[in-house]
Write a protein that binds this ligand. Sequence first.
Ligand code: NAI
Length: 327
Amino acid sequence: MRVTVYNCREFDEKELFLRYEKELGMELVLCADAPTLENIHLAKGSECVDIITSKITRELMQAFRENGVQYLTTRTIGYDHIDMEAAREFGIKVGNAPYGPNGVADYTVMLILMSIRKMKRILERTNIQDYSLKGIQGRELKDLTVGVIGTGRIGRTVIRNLSGFGCKILAYDLYEQEEVRQYADYVSLERLLKEADVVTLHTPLTDENFHLINAKSIAEMKDGVVIINTARGALIDSEALIGAIESGKIGAAGLDVVENEFGLYYYDHKSDILDNRELAILRGFPNVTVSHHMAFYTDNCVETVVRDSLISCKLFLEGKENPWEVG
Ligand code: NAI
């Protein structure tokens, strides 16, 4: 039972792969790079290939098949980077590796707290020994109404987390969940936008909700509203967001994701001129906290995806029921 692992990260994944290789009795070929036609020979003799978010085109899929690969597992929740039609065409099964919602949900609460307590300003001041108080007075969560848009795995966990803070919680989703009603009131999107002091986004990006937060929806919100996005950048129209921050309509934002982040995040661009102006502007505001799409990134998440992606290969090869198979 042999698995070729692409994009194996030396600093956090390698040790785990070596541990699970022993525990699960598999043979692994570890490669630090993304799969390409040049390194596809590393998959020869492996029944399975383990990848992350690198694009798997029809050409690569065909090459995997020609090298004898039967199963492709991705150490991610989403699998839109894989040409699923080509997978079907070449008879390669595909699996994903979902991790728990707590990492993103905890991070969301942290961004809410950082935003209402003006933590970016505080940290910047302490860095230069400015211990003054003017301009850093915060607000208490128990005095606020938080509006949670999307009550799936992550949104629900955010709501559960928030329930301990004593704030009022409003929720909106296309499909309502019974569990959420213990802690939050489901309301219309219009009412949520109108009444929430903090709006936090937890839906996937779809054609319907592209730029859900735009000039019109921002205008309906409270003055000084806080916007948190740990879901997908394009849920927010960046231009409208910037305008509303400049006018003071939006009081603060916590953004783990931004529009057009693809190709930027997870690389060291210190010395580069980047072409994402919106990101540059947003980073510069004292009331906007930006991070590089890493709300998910915890020890629990990394271990879960490494372990489950390998177990999923094992179940596939043993012909057993495989909860991670997606196509
Ligand atoms: P989920 O699929 O469990 O829940 C999504 C919820 O959104 C569902 O309840 C669905 O009914 C609802 N929804 C879909 N379209 C909607 C709309 N137009 N209006 C209102 N509700 C709508 O997804 P999960 O796992 O909770 O993920 C939520 C978001 O978090 C996704 O965008 C995902 O990509 C993102 N995410 C971000 C990570 C990060 O590191 N920042 C890591 C993992 C996920």
